[in-house]
Design a binder for this molecule. Sequence first.
Ligand SMILES: NC(=O)C1=CN([C@@H]2O[C@H](COP(=O)(O)OP(=O)(O)OC[C@H]3O[C@@H](n4cnc5c(N)ncnc54)[C@H](OP(=O)(O)O)[C@@H]3O)[C@@H](O)[C@H]2O)C=CC1
Ligand SMILES: O=C/C=C/c1ccc(O)c(O)c1
Ligand SMILES: [Zn+2]
Ligand SMILES: [Zn+2]
Length: 370
Amino acid sequence: MAPTATTTTAAAEQQQQHPRKAVGLAAHDASGHLSPIRISRRNTGDDDVAVKVLYCGICHSDLHTIKNDWRNAIYPVVPGHEIAGVVTEVGKNVAGLAAGDRVGVGCMVNACRACESCQEGAENYCARVVLTYNSRDADGAVTRGGYSDLVVADARFVVRFPDSLPLDAGAPLLCAGATVYAPMRRHGLGAPGSHVGVIGLGGLGHVAVKFARAFGAAKVTVISTSPGKREEALERLGADAFVLSTDAAEMKAAVGTMHGIINTASAAASLHPYLALLKPHGKMILLGIPNKPLQVSAFALIGGGKTLAGSCMASISETQEMLDFAAEHGVAADVEVVGAGEVNKAMERLAKGDVRYRFVIDVGNTIKAD
Ligand SMILES: NC(=O)C1=CN([C@@H]2O[C@H](COP(=O)(O)OP(=O)(O)OC[C@H]3O[C@@H](n4cnc5c(N)ncnc54)[C@H](OP(=O)(O)O)[C@@H]3O)[C@@H](O)[C@H]2O)C=CC1
Ligand SMILES: O=C/C=C/c1ccc(O)c(O)c1
Ligand SMILES: [Zn+2]
Ligand SMILES: [Zn+2]
């Protein structure tokens, strides 16, 4: 798909600082409509890696951002933080990566490197973290994501793709996979013998089911609003049980049975019926980021001594660990690969929960300069 020139003042200024030409897909307003755009990237610095993007997953955060759900969009937004590709160039200080290597870039491209979180290797909790798109880089430029043919990132924020992991089905692991893997490990969800619930069978949810299985959970239950996902959850994804959250009898039967719940719902719903599914001392990990505040009654937590926790992305070391674990255990996303011309339709379907289970853009073949 050929880009049309977009020359806003901000884009022109960014191009002066960033001499490398690239093309991508951008949303220009809260309609979220994505259209071709010419952008620019910085030259490969001494600590940088240039990556030819081959595939990029479509995360629901991309949709939230282009629709300005979180009121923080800096248009034009070039989304994409599930980036899989091949290294084309490395800076002179970069060790361990070389042209031709298969790599991934996830949700972050930089952090302050000095704060307590950075020092302990939790860059995802750095107050000055630079997100892969819709964020301000150290040079003041707005970051642009992987719905584009080229990204340039500091090598410390680039992860290595294990040989056996396909780039298309592996791309969604860079956000969805890492985001569920890190808290499941940290909080012991999916530990052998445990019963894990997964709310929302979408991009994050379906890989949470797969990781829980791979960790050795005794039982994995999907809690979904979509009756049409029951058979697939049980037969294709390996869940042991499926609870339709709109069915009072099914929900009642599951009350007090789960050690932990991963909540990936992208829209706000009362937490109370879901918290009731936890055993005493059970934990719910909140990952979804609805645009409306969630309300929770104190009684829903104190009765049963339950924990409600949040988690955001994953550190770089957790992301690399997750990719290596995924390769070893045969975990990858179920993907629908789409071309650039189908991205707006894919976004419409994602908004309706109609995706099995992650759209991935075939960037290498469909987002190219003329
Ligand atoms: N914390 C973090 O670091 C991250 C957060 N996110 C956020 O996680 C959320 C999920 O992302 P992703 O998996 O890509 O999104 P998907 O759209 O792929 O999946 C979300 C699922 O949530 C369920 N859902 C939707 N609406 C409701 C509702 N009203 N009540 C209950 N369930 C609902 C649906 O599952 P079903 O049909 O089974 O009900 C849907 O498939 C998003 O808000 C995203 O921004 C994403 C990545 C990182
Ligand atoms: O899909 C990943 C979202 C990550 C994210 C969203 C919002 C925000 O403020 C972050 O720091 C990360
Ligand atoms: Zn994401
Ligand atoms: Zn920091």
